[in-house]
Write a protein that binds this ligand. Structure first.
Ligand SMILES: [Fe+2]
Ligand SMILES: [Fe+2]
Length: 483
């Protein structure tokens, strides 16, 4: 009998999907495996293939205790295929098929829609590993280095999760897509990753923390909507991925918080009250708050673009088909079909913002983005509480939804972070008050000196409150080679 809670290790690929009795898929995955390892060694964490890293590995999908922590070399990490337990009698939660039993196989008419969504989701996973591959070299501590690698191996596992679905349910097309996922590469000229934000650089650790806070959270929202899918294996896959994703956002949330804390504490110690005295603050070897705001503006807006156009027939079709749902679909109190409902969307009409009621079905991207923005703003509240507590007068702010957008209603308009519409000339004159300049990047880069002594932290970031898995402050999270 297949154990659907604990992970079985009787095949090369740990899993709770009964792979040992599914020879076709097992073979396909075993064939894909060497290419994956090559990809990891070439484009994964650069120069850290032999180090022992204190990582968590999923050994179960039981929410009460699914992971075990131990030292492992990353290329030996047991990337497995894990689906959350099947919910008995689960029904399709939305759209035309509302209330019908969920699908265990993909209905033919929705095959291409599923294929597209799974490939796009799959493409983001290795992309972020590629974006972050040089960060190990400048980690501000072993604790942070370990967290980076934890995020990286789990994004690798998420790639496996999508590749399993492709190989199992899409036959030959799935095999080709699985190979394509290893061929595209973040930032590549000829074969870039599919979504814009995943071709940007993650050049420094503040970028990494902003990315894991804002961009991984977009990933979370996409996974949440796929977790509502009528195709049950996809739903179960995404539900388990969400368990891991929570840690990635924790890394971002606490990471930004620790940077903010260190800056404020250094200012206090030096008797600097004015957060806009940038030179004086930077001379302390910490990142000034206005620059942190610029990085926030950049990463938040790149992440907003990932939700696609506010008004979208693709999103409407996917919902009506039961391919994906809204955030927490089953907890929403309505008919789950939305044929007669409307939803407010801010649009550009004659150069002005106008709130319009549009058919709710076509506004599903907007709705998901609103759910995202609400959650994302929680971090800003927590970071501001840190600033206030240390006693500095400064507030980080979420920029207006129309600021610095490349996709959707606001792609062709210049808007300030406060939401004022301005001319091209005004934008050009002011944009670097709101977005990081290359000089800002150079300054941050100048602080990125590695700290590898256990329990020690770079001067621009405060230590964490707690160790990973309750380990003590001087725990050696990564055992580096002495050379
Ligand atoms: Fe992921
Ligand atoms: Fe993630």
């Amino acid at each position: 009998m297949v154990d659907l809670i604990n992970v079985s290790y009787d095949t090369q690929i740990p899993n709770n999907v009964g792979l040992s009795s599914d020879k076709r898929v097992l073979k396909a995955l075993e064939k894909w495996h060497p290419g994956y390892i090559n990809w990891w060694k070439e484009l994964g964490p650069n120069g850290y293939h032999d180090e022992q890293v204190y990582l968590r590995t999923a050994v179960s999908v039981d929410p009460k205790g699914w992971a075990k922590f131990d030292y492992v070399k990353m290329p030996d990490y047991r990337w497995g295929i894990l689906l959350a337990p099947q919910v008995e009698n689960r029904v399709i939660p939305c759209g035309e098929h509302f209330g019908e039993p969920v699908w265990q196989e993909i209905p033919g008419e929705y095959r291409s829609m599923f294929r597209r969504l799974i490939v796009i989701q799959g493409d983001t996973e290795p992309a972020s590993v590629e974006q972050q591959r040089f960060l190990g070299k400048t980690a501000p501590s072993l604790y942070d280095m370990r967290n980076l690698f934890q995020v990286n191996v789990e994004e690798g596992r998420h790639l496996w999760a999508m590749v399993y679905l492709l190989q199992k349910y899409f036959g030959r097309d799935g095999r080709e897509e699985a190979n394509g996922l290893l061929q595209r590469c973040s930032g590549s000229e000829d074969a870039p990753r599919m979504l814009g934000a995943f071709n940007e650089e993650t050049p420094d650790w503040l970028s990494f923390f902003m990315f894991t806070y804002f961009t991984d959270r977009d990933g979370k929202m996409q996974l949440e909507s796929l977790a509502q899918s009528g195709f049950d294996p996809l739903s179960r896959t995404c539900r388990f991925m969400l368990t891991e994703e929570a840690h990635h956002m924790f890394v971002g949330d606490t990471g930004v918080g620790r940077v903010v804390r260190r800056t404020c504490e250094a200012m206090k110690e030096a008797g600097i009250d004015d957060p806009y005295n940038i030179e004086a603050v930077r001379n302390l070897g910490v990142i000034d708050l206005p620059t942190i705001q610029k990085k926030l503006n950049l990463h938040y807006t790149l992440s907003l673009d990932l939700f696609g156009s506010e008004i979208s027939t693709n999103a409407a079709n996917a919902f009506s088909a039961g391919v994906k749902g809204r955030y927490r679909e089953t907890r929403i109190d309505d008919d789950h079909k939305l044929l007669n409902d409307t939803y407010p969307v801010t649009r550009m009409v004659d150069g002005k913002f106008v709130e319009e009621q549009v058919p709710a079905l076509s506004a599903l991207n907007m709705r998901l983005r609103n759910d995202y923005a609400r959650e994302a703003s929680g971090g800003v509240v927590r970071w501001n509480a840190i600033i206030k507590k240390v006693g500095i007068n400064f507030d980080l702010k979420m920029p207006h939804q129309a600021f610095h957008r490349q996709i959707g209603e606001f792609a062709n308009v210049n808007v300030t972070p406060d939401g004022d519409i301005i001319s091209d000339a005004q934008w050009e004159a002011k944009k670097y008050e709101w977005l990081p300049t290359s000089a800002d990047g150079d300054f941050i880069q100048s602080l990125m000196v590695p700290v590898t002594e256990p329990g020690k932290y770079a001067g621009w970031i405060a230590p964490p409150k707690l160790g990973i898995n309750n380990q003590p402050g001087d725990f050696e999270y990564v055992q580096l080679h002495q050379s």
